[in-house]
Design a protein around this ligand. Sequence first.
Ligand code: HEC
Length: 368
Amino acid sequence: MHMRYVALMIGGVLAASGQSVPNAAQTILETNCATCHGTAQMSGLDLRQRESILKGGKRGPAIVPGKPDDSLLYKAVLRQGDLQMPPGKKALAPEEIASLKSWIAAGAPWQNTKVSTESSWWAFKPISKPAPPAVINTSWARDPIDRFILSKLESKNLHPVPAADKRTLIRRAYFDLHGLPPSPEDVDQFVNDPTPDAYEKLIDRLLASPRYGERWGRHWLDVARFGEDNNTSEATNPPYAYAWRYRDWVIEAVNQDMPYDRFVKLQLAADLMPGSSRQDLRALGYLGTALVYHKEPRLSQEVLYTFATDDWDERVDAVSRGAFSTLLSPLARINSVSRFWRASRRSSRDWSSTSVGGGGRGESRVLT
Ligand code: HEC
């Protein structure tokens, strides 16, 4: 996998989360309701825009601006009547409910933000090949991308900084590609290499080193919320003894320049893909090292149900929002719910080992 792709996928995740600054109520609705009242429009209600909230769903307007107590949405989150939102056991936190109340009382102001499903969203635009802009300083740009940068600089009357000397350059290359400084010997060798392709050779060497995958695989592991511990912090849930196998797989994938589509598919379905090897199964650690709550068999069925739902919720979140795409959320959620129902037909004791990839945790299961 080229560094460029890694940077792109991380960039995509960051861009998707940092697209706008909605107000608190919008964030609460987006986080807790949009999976069902977004594209899915359950009960005809879309909570992603002010107009559609005012229009409401099957029962009519979801809010009456200025009047929280007359607003269906507020009554639903208070959970005092028949309509209880979000569905399930978990109500919104009291401060979230209070925040929605004061938002409605204030007339439900709305910060216009870009919704990721809009066709103007960058990911939906067809790929085009724009012509590099004209520049005044024609000798500075070494490739067409430089011309885009330079034209912006020139439009603001700025000049590029002078080229870095070799000592600076090798440090930058090491930090970028390995995350570590070069040794004094590395620096000497590069500085004293008079050949015109000294820099290319340096970059090739850095890309070929296993340190490269360690440095760039780390970014993916962050997005994949990787940890060797089980973050429920329950004494009954010790750290994942074999989590490192997934970590190593990610590092190897980057070092082997694995195509991105295969990289994604293996993490979701290595066990189902024809021709995948035993080594490939390590990729399932993406799902398998998920947070899992302890299911104490003495607890009531209802409590265990909530725990199992929470386990799934985390996986759905990691797949649909964490690494891959916010747009998958409603679908993924519905899928996971139906899987959950299938799982729930088994005994509650089996729940802890349920996962898409069969890489569920439990003392006897290891990720190999
Ligand atoms: C898991 C899916 C799901 C989530 C999450 C969810 N809802 Fe709902 N919502 C529904 C369904 C299904 C209905 C229809 C229920 C019915 O008709 O009995 C509904 C109905 C509603 C209605 C009534 C719409 C109408 O006119 O019929 C309101 C208002 C509402 N939800 C608000 C919310 C709010 C606010 C949140 C977040 C705090 C939320 N919902 C989260 C599934 C969901």
